[in-house]
Design a protein around this ligand. Structure first.
Ligand code: SF4
Length: 448
């Protein structure tokens, strides 16, 4: 929901506000802190465990809870959280805060799910009003509040990451169709006893949106919202200037899957506007980085000339073998991963002061993997050890959302493990795979 962006708007409603970041292993300290503060409304991130959210809800029955963000759905459905905002959050969150403050009805607030009581049963309802993402409406006026309260962090790990400057919402790859292994997925079934007709329709629409394409595990919005290059650059410059003037940041992360569309123009403008830049972090897809190799080399050249560094991060490599990429619907050949590793290696050695490798995404082996493919995976891993350790037999596949194509395929194939009080999980189709992984870890140890 981009909460820090709404702080001024919330204050204008006459409410006070705090942003809290709690270490995962110090959630007890978070509870102690909330006890002292007695918040009326607590907005939570979707990555909190369901059990913890339910505990919070029990401990603070007078507070209302709201959840948002791309992967909110299953955490909301499985917890006792009162409200969930789907998609664009600025207007919805403010209207919710206002309605709660004035004790008004919330049922007309756009993008809002809420719980109602009907015949002694709790039903999930939806306002039926959808507001799409609009970049300017969500971001501006741009006055993010970044003076967070940190709980459970030592001074050392409290290092504040450079903030993202947002160039777009969603991802252009969402228009890439799912491959044939995702054919004939049945529609999700939502019980009439648990959902109102409006809530059912909104969740079905989300499911259809997910089925239109993109990576099969990804919860990012289906509609790609972006501005023409000149406007995108102006929008990013306004954000960077504010962050530098107000908080002194000299490093920024560009919030876009395809920064190559505007990166050269952006750097020229940053230089022209005398913005003091140390690191400009970009993320993208592996195949798009390879396709835009020339632009990347040019941009690292500009970094050299202007004395800053480009950090390339969050490329979703996901795996070492093709069958994994296909299961995750990455839509490219595995060779692209190896090419990107070579490119990163080359840039690190030729421009060590102006290029950084910022860490990347990796899921690991897929639930349908065969023993033969697992052997290939082990053999290929050595090419990638430059970026990833061999222990990545893992299954970093998190099922945030039951509308995801991969979730529905796992369900169809009987590989889903349902949990009432946690996100659902999955198991391997071939039981021998788990035995192989355990043997491997016993022999070589788990480097984690
Ligand atoms: S994982 Fe990345 S490339 Fe794939 S759909 Fe999501 S944002 Fe786009």
């Amino acid at each position: 929901m981009n909460m820090p962006l709404f702080v001024d708007d919330i204050k204008a409603l006459g409410c006070s506000f705090e942003c809290i970041c709690a270490a995962r292993n110090k959630l007890r300290d978070l509870i102690k802190y909330i006890k002292k503060r007695r918040f009326d409304l607590i907005a939570v991130d979707y990555t909190f465990p369901v059990l913890f959210l339910n505990e919070l809800k029990k401990l603070f029955p007078k507070s209302k809870f709201v959840i948002g963000g791309n992967g909110f759905l299953d955490t909301f459905l499985k917890s006792a959280i009162d409200f969930a905002v789907i998609g664009a959050g600025r207007e919805s969150f403010l209207k919710l805060a206002e309605a709660l403050k004035n004790k008004n009805d919330v049922s007309g607030i756009p993008n809002l799910f809420f719980r109602i009581k009907k015949n002694n049963r709790t039903i999930i309802d939806y306002s039926g009003k959808n507001v799409n993402f609009d970049l300017k409406r969500e971001l501006f006026p741009y006055r993010p509040f970044l003076k967070w309260k940190y709980i459970g962090f030592t001074r050392k790990d409290k290092v504040v990451d450079p903030p993202a400057i947002i160039a777009e919402f969603g991802c252009a790859y969402r228009s890439r169709k799912l491959n044939h292994s995702y054919d004939n997925l049945s529609e999700i079934v939502l019980s009439r006893n648990t959902f109102s007709a409006k809530a059912r329709k909104r969740i079905m629409d989300l499911f259809k949106e997910r089925l239109r394409g993109g990576c099969s595990f990804c919860t990012c919005p289906g509609r790609h919202v972006f501005l023409p290059v000149k406007e995108t650059v102006a929008c990013l410059i306004e954000q960077a200037k504010f962050l530098q003037k107000t908080y002194g940041f000299k490093s920024f992360v560009i919030g876009s899957e395809n920064p190559f569309r505007f990166i050269e123009q952006l750097i020229h403008k940053i230089v022209k506007e005398n913005i003091n830049l140390e690191i400009l972090a970009i993320r993208s897809r592996v195949d798009w980085v390879n396709k835009n190799k020339r632009t990347l080399l040019k941009v690292v050249g500009l970094a050299k000339k202007n004395n800053f560094a480009i950090s390339l991060q969050q490329l979703g490599f996901e795996s070492f073998i093709q069958s994994d990429l296909d299961a995750y619907n990455k839509g490219y050949k595995i060779i692209e991963n190896f090419k990107a590793v070579e490119l990163i290696r080359k840039l690190k050695s030729t421009a060590p002061r102006n290029f950084q490798d910022g860490g990347h995404g990796f899921i690991g082996i897929n639930p349908w993997i065969t023993l033969r493919d697992l052997e290939k995976y082990c053999a290929s891993a050595k090419h990638m050890q430059f970026l990833f350790d061999l222990y990545h037999f893992g299954n970093g596949l998190v099922l945030y959302d039951s509308c995801l194509p991969i979730y529905q395929k796992l369900k169809k194939d009987g590989l889903l493990i349902k949990h009432k009080t946690d996100l659902d999980r999955w198991r391997f189709k071939d039981k021998n795979i788990l035995r192989f992984i355990n043997d491997f870890h016993n022999e070589f140890g788990d480097k984690r």
